[in-house]
Design a protein around this ligand. Structure first.
Ligand code: AR6
Length: 326
């Protein structure tokens, strides 16, 4: 099992190790730190005193005492100071060091809170992205069950509301591939007829003439839309969660064929309405279908006018679907 996002109180998780979002003293505090110390009992603080603190970005391990886990891994996240004080690298290091410690202690399961996303002020969507990226990367190379435990009431409510609605949307619209409804069959028959007619017309046309009819390509449409929206290239690819190198490739190759997730990520970054999204996907040879949960989730967000790629990724993640962007 890879990474799961769950809503819970981390002190109740039955895993080998839970991670504590501590401070440099390791002597307890508020938030999840307070919850863990209360649930573990005073022996945890006794052991923590012997550790002589911990650097930001590093992690140390203790027993779990009265908790249902064997170990508590204490890590110290960065305080958010606007994002240009090495916060991201430090937060990544918290997740990495915690997983390394868990591995050294032969843990097969680990649960993380959203480190730094409470008192330390790291924006929750960014904090979640770091968590998913670093844990996901680690799990590519090591066997372990990992959980991200989301506790915060607001996040909980937003997520419940969001996931509940998505679930309903999927239930209402999901079409099993072998149960093609009549309107799709009629649509396909019409499309086939149109195609036949075009072929008959095309037979009388030279290849040169035919090629002149080539539509605007995906790359051309993308660059045109960026201009129309008054965006900078960098704004667009960052919002799409796509790296600069891939964007340059698309920019310089007029016939570039992106993957479906890349094409969708750009449609989301450009905040295209449903018809234009369909247009852009078509340029890349794709369409959104109702027999695919991934497609339905994307369609749901676009119809809701919610173009936050991290929220979309959180939902895709919760439904075990591939994520957008990098
Ligand atoms: N289970 C899971 N997550 C929780 C729980 C819980 N029981 N309680 C809170 N959270 P924070 P930080 C979430 O403030 O930002 C302490 O005083 C919470 O909603 O606990 O790294 C330390 O001693 C939030 O999303 O940690 C430090 O001084 C996330 O856990 C400082 O706070 C982290 O919030 C560390 O601040």
């Amino acid at each position: 099992m890879p990474l799961k996002i769950v809503r819970n109180d981390i002190t109740t998780m039955k895993v080998d190790a839970i991670v504590n979002a501590a401070n440099n003293s390791l002597l307890g505090g508020g938030g999840v730190d307070g919850c863990i110390h209360r649930a573990a009992g005073p022996e945890l603080l006794e052991e923590c005193r012997k550790l002589h603190g911990c650097e930001t970005g590093d992690a140390k391990i203790t027993g779990g005492y009265k908790l249902p886990c064997r170990y508590v891994i204490h890590t110290v996240g960065p305080v958010w100071r606007g994002g240009d004080h090495n916060e991201k690298a430090l937060l990544e290091s918290c997740y990495r060091r915690s997983m390394e410690l868990a591995l050294e202690h032969r843990c097969t399961s680990i649960a993380f809170p959203l480190i730094s996303a409470g008192v330390y002020g790291y924006p929750k969507d960014k904090a979640l992205k770091v968590a998913i990226d670093v844990i996901g990367d680690f799990l590519l190379r090591h066997e372990m069950d990992a959980y991200i435990v989301i506790f915060d009431k607001k996040a909980y409510q937003i997520s419940e509301k969001l996931f509940g609605n998505i679930r309903r949307y999927i239930d209402d619209n999901y079409v099993k591939s072998h149960e093609e409804p009549p309107e799709y069959m009629a649509y396909r028959a019409a499309a086939a007829r149109e195609c036949q007619m075009q072929n008959i017309g095309a037979a009388n046309m030279s290849l040169d003439e035919k090629l002149k009819q080539l539509d605007e390509s995906f790359s051309q449409m993308l660059l045109r839309k960026i201009d129309e929206k008054g965006m900078k290239d960098s704004q667009c690819y960052k919002k799409a969660n796509i790296d600069r190198k891939l964007f340059s490739k698309i920019r310089s190759d007029v016939n570039y064929r992106p993957s479906k997730t890349t094409a969708i990520a750009f449609a989301i970054a450009l905040e295209l309405p449903p018809d234009e999204t369909a247009d852009m996907l078509k340029k890349a040879g794709f369409a959104l279908s109702h027999s695919n949960i991934f497609d339905l989730i994307i369609e749901y967000f676009i119809e809701e006018g919610n173009y936050n790629i991290f929220e979309i990724n959180e939902a895709l993640f919760a439904f075990d679907q591939p994520l957008l962007g990098a």
